[in-house]
Write a protein that binds this ligand. Structure first.
Ligand code: PEP
Length: 244
């Protein structure tokens, strides 16, 4: 039985007042019996606010990144051990914005996933191709390379991660993969995970998910939920996606 999950990625957005309004709406309107787990990944300074607001709710919270290192001279970085002290359940690793803007390599992303797991945090490992890579017919090769680094680093712990397929050309662009395009890649990823003895990993789709397209995407056999950026900042949209 696979878990269904919807994760909001606020990216570098928010403020104390707007976060409070959003979190209040989620807490008062989300019912865990609705069959899908819900999580928000806030910027680091607001994780304490998320922790306090969500403490007595069924909604989990996570970070948008985590260091591959446990402690030391890594100015600006935050370790998994620090996050877990606050009750952090998830950490996104390898988001395309970090791969491209911060030049994170496949190996570094895999090490971040490993560090998260060793502290008891579930990494949400992101993979996805750019438009140029898709147009060049390299989608499968790219996502397999990115997944391969994670498989190699985690071994038997692979079964404990969440995977997110996020085509880079669909993130924040308003251009969504069609359900069939998403399913095609998810099925390829699932086949690889099955070979690596982790067939039941939750695989999320991310890339301009909205209330209007969520149901069609989530109806695909190998799509177990969504990683939602822009639409997770709007309570009505995010709740509608979570219920889709
Ligand atoms: C994301 O940030 O992971 C994402 C998918 O963003 P958006 O939903 O805005 O495309």
């Amino acid at each position: 039985m696979r878990t269904s999950l919807v994760v909001g990625n606020w990216k570098m957005n928010g403020g104390l007042a707007t976060n409070a309004r959003l979190l209040d709406r989620l807490v008062s309107e989300w019912r865990p019996s609705e069959g899908r787990a819900l999580t928000v990944c806030a910027p680091y300074p607001y994780l304490g606010q998320a922790q306090a607001a969500l403490a007595s709710s069924a909604i989990a919270w996570g970070a948008q990144d985590v260091s591959a290192h446990a402690a030391g001279a890594f100015t600006g970085d935050v370790s998994a051990g620090m996050l877990v002290e606050f009750g952090c359940r998830y950490a996104i690793v390898g988001h395309s914005e970090r791969r491209h803007i911060h030049r994170e390599s496949d190996v570094e992303v895999a090490q971040k996933a490993k560090a998260a797991l060793s502290a008891g945090i579930t990494p949400i490992a992101c993979v996805g191709e750019t438009l140029a890579e898709r147009d060049a017919g390299k989608t499968e090769a790219v996502v397999m390379r990115q997944l391969g680094a994670v498989v190699e680093a985690l071994g038997a712990d692979l079964a404990k991660i969440v995977l997110a397929y996020e085509p880079v050309w669909a993130i924040g662009t308003g251009r969504t993969a069609t359900p069939a395009q998403a399913q095609e890649v998810h099925a390829t990823l699932r086949a690889e995970l099955t070979k690596a003895r982790a067939p039941n990993i939750c695989i999320l789709y991310g890339g301009s998910v909205k209330a209007a397209n969520a149901a069609a995407l989530f109806a695909m056999t190998d799509v177990d939920g969504g990683l939602v950026g822009g639409a997770s900042l709007d309570a009505d949209e995010f709740l509608a996606i979570a219920r889709a």
